[in-house]
Design a protein around this ligand. Structure first.
Ligand code: GLC
Length: 469
């Protein structure tokens, strides 16, 4: 039995901006089922989860950031059974805000979170066997643990760092070095990359093992990672890719309480039809036509700026033989472009700008196809949710998408294209429409894809194995 602490900025259901939350909300639960003691440490935000739950204070402490002492509380939610222990660090003034990221003082916020976390861990009776950090917001923890005298009890504790998104590195200038707890200046080089302090680079250099959330993404970032390529090449001996799983308890069309109608492999046709009818009614779409959806952040990484063109050209070129429904928010130009097209294609197209967990579940359940034209996709969970809900993914061959979707032309169950371009996406949509016309085959594929096993069972034990190396 190992004691494992996961540290992250996001964890579903407490706070979610993307797939990171789903992973951190599920992996510890599956590791606990394997007999380990798991804990998630994250910031306490002032969001829906914190308003709707009650918490007990399990620790109150003080720590130092630069010249100032600050007080923090560690909170634990009451009466929730998440399958792991959730500990939330409450830091007034920095995290008592609704959003997770995108504030001007994010650097201070996440350093403070990490300083509070390590100080609290230092006060606990037990020392964990493994500390597993996720993304750059927790990148200094492995450094603190291995190089700072005050935290020397953690010197030999295994640290794992998982890269969910290598685009965000969190760099800032050495003028803010004083935010970090004092350490020997001899170690300054560990923090440095390209003349800045880089939390992602620090983590890659300091952690015992580094993972990405799919094997293909690990191969890709050696050649393309916003300037960190050489570092990864140098550290390649400790790097590996482990494909994420999905939480099959949360993502189960037979029991999902967010659906209008539940369904299983046997009842998939009638189930999907009912959910699609609800969506079409809600968004004024035509239920007799195949429904294509996109769910995700409207940013360049996801290929989102192509969507307005895809909507325009696919609906004009293909004589409105399809419906398109988009859910997401992000770049204002993309949001505007998508909204602008609504009046033009009324009855065949609609966009919901924002984030809505229930609607996303309904879209996996009611759609025929899910578009993921990602430029970069470290793993991608949406294609796996889609598969489990009998929706065919249309993906660009990159990162985790390449590792999870096989093209129908190669005997597989999805549609893949190579370029992140409007014409490649539209060609894939045409192939999808042709495939949907062959009803018998289409229905058979739906049943098959629902049964592909993407549960965490394998990945959870792959991580345990890695912790023991
Ligand atoms: C990030 C990545 C996504 C991955 C998720 C969980 O959101 O962009 O590809 O699935 O993290 O690891």
């Amino acid at each position: 039995m190992m004691e494992i602490i996961h540290i992250s900025a996001e964890c579903y259901p407490a706070a979610k901006a993307g797939g990171l939350a789903d992973v951190v909300g599920a992996l510890p639960k599956y590791q606990a089922q394997l007999g380990h003691k798991t804990k998630v440490v994250m910031p306490f935000y002032h969001n829906k989860f914190s308003r709707e739950n009650r918490f007990e204070v399990i620790f109150t402490g003080q720590a130092r950031l630069s010249q100032h002492n600050f007080t923090f509380n560690v909170l634990s939610p009451l009466g929730l059974n998440l399958g792991y222990e959730l500990c939330m660090i409450d830091i007034p003034g920095l995290f008592d805000r609704p959003n997770i990221y995108s504030y001007g003082d994010d650097t201070e916020r996440f350093i403070t979170f990490q300083v509070a976390t390590i100080n609290w861990m230092n006060m606990l009776d037990t020392t964990p066997d493994v500390v597993h950090c996720h993304d750059q917001h927790t990148g200094f923890i492995p450094f603190f643990m291995s190089k700072i005298w005050d935290y020397r009890r953690f010197e030999h504790v295994k640290t794992i760092f998982t890269i969910h998104n290598g685009q965000y590195q969190g760099q800032f200038g050495f003028d803010r070095l004083h935010y970090l707890p004092p350490f020997h200046s001899f170690y300054n080089g560990i923090l440095e990359w390209n003349h800045a302090i880089n939390p992602l680079a620090t983590a890659i250099k300091s952690a015992h093992r580094v993972t990405t959330v799919s094997p293909s993404y690990m191969d890709e970032i050696r050649h393309n990672m916003n300037g960190l390529e050489n570092l990864l090449e140098y550290e390649r001996g400790k790097c590996s890719g482990i494909l994420n799983g999905i939480d099959v308890d949360v993502w189960n069309p037979a029991t999902d309480t967010m659906l209008e109608k539940n369904f299983n492999v046997r009842t998939v046709e009638s189930g999907k039809k009912a959910n699609k009818a609800w969506l079409c009614n809600e968004f004024g779409l035509d239920p007799s036509k195949p429904l294509f959806t996109f769910i995700g952040r409207l940013v360049g990484e996801k290929g989102a700026e192509l969507l307005p063109d895809v909507v325009y050209h696919s609906l004009t070129q293909l004589n409105r033989e399809l419906n398109i429904l988009i859910l997401g928010s992000g770049d204002h130009a993309v949001e505007g472009g998508l909204l602008h097209l609504e009046h033009m294609f009324k009855g065949n197209y609609c966009s919901y700008i924002g984030f809505n967990e229930k609607l996303s579940h309904m879209m996996y359940a009611g759609a025929d196809f899910l578009l993921m034209p990602s430029r970069v996709e470290p793993c991608g969970l949406n294609q796996m949710y889609a598969l489990r809900y009998g929706t065919m993914p249309i993906v660009r061959r990159t990162g985790g998408l390449k590792d999870t979707v096989i093209d129908i032309g190669d005997g597989g169950f999805g549609i893949c294209h190579d370029q992140c371009s409007t014409s490649d996406i539209i060609y894939s949509i045409e192939r999808a429409l042709a495939y949907a016309k062959d009803e018998k085959n289409f229905k058979k594929t739906r049943k098959e894809i629902m049964q592909i096993d993407h549960s965490w069972t394998k990945a959870a034990s792959d991580y345990i194995e890695l912790y023991q190396l």
